[in-house]
Write a protein that binds this ligand. Structure first.
Ligand code: HEC
Length: 156
C-alpha cells in the first residue's frame, strides 16, 4: 500500500515537472521558482531562519549514529553513491539548515527545490520522510559533522 502511494506520487511529480518544463521552453516565458533567498540556500521546511546548534557534542554524535544506522543507512553510504547520494561530505556541501530541512521535509524538497529536483532526476527514488524529530535531525547533523571533520565513522 505504502509502495503504491510512492509510485503514484512519483508519477505525479514527473508529470508535474514535465508540465513546468514545457512552459519554461515557450519563448519569452521564464520558469518561476517562487522560493525565498533563504529557501534557495537553506532548503524548504520547518527551519526558516539561521539556527545555532553549537559545537559538536559527542552524545549527540552517538545518538545520531544509531538513528542513522536504523533509518538512513539502507539508502545512504558515506563515500559512495547508493540508493541516495553519499553523505560523507554533505556538511561541507550544504548548510546545516539545508540538511535539517531535507531530513524533515524530503518530499517537498524534491518537488519544489531546484537542488532536490535535480537530485530526484539523478536518483529516481523519492526519499521518504523517516519520522524524524527536530532533535533527532540535529543529532544526525552532529554525526555527519563529526564524520566530515575527522573522517571517523563512529559506527565502525
Ligand atoms: C529509501 C531510501 C532513502 C532513505 C531511507 C533515506 N534517504 Fe536520504 N535520500 C535518498 C535519495 C534517493 C535522495 C536524493 C533525493 C531524492 O531523490 O529523493 C536523498 C537525499 C538526501 C539528502 C540530500 C543530499 C544532498 O546532496 O543535498 C540528505 C541530506 C539525506 N538524503 C539524508 C538522509 C538521512 C539523514 C536519512 C535518514 C533519516 C535518509 N536520508 C534516509 C534516499 C533515502
Amino acid at each position: 500500500m505504502r509502495r503504491t502511494i510512492w509510485i503514484l506520487s512519483a508519477a505525479f511529480l514527473w508529470y508535474g515537472c514535465g508540465g513546468r518544463e514545457d512552459a519554461g521552453e515557450a519563448p519569452g516565458h521564464e520558469v518561476k521558482v517562487e522560493l525565498t533567498a533563504f529557501e534557495l540556500e537553506h532548503g524548504i521546511g520547518p527551519v526558516t531562519e539561521a539556527i545555532d546548534i553549537g559545537e559538536i557534542q559527542m552524545e549527540r554524535v552517538a545518538r545520531g549514529a544509531d538513528f542513522f544506522d536504523s533509518r538512513c543507512a539502507s539508502c545512504h553510504r558515506m563515500e559512495r553513491r547508493f540508493v541516495g547520494p553519499p553523505l560523507g561530505d554533505i556538511m561541507e556541501k550544504r548548510s546545516k539548515e539545508f540538511v535539517i530541512n531535507f531530513i524533515l521535509n524530503p518530499e517537498e524538497m524534491v518537488s519544489r527545490h531546484p537542488v532536490g529536483r535535480e537530485l530526484l532526476q539523478d536518483y529516481l527514488t523519492i526519499m521518504p520522510y523517516q519520522n524524524v524529530t527536530g532533535e533527532q535531525a540535529i543529532e544526525i547533523v552532529d554525526f555527519l559533522r563529526y564524520y566530515a571533520e575527522t573522517g571517523e565513522d563512529v559506527r565502525d
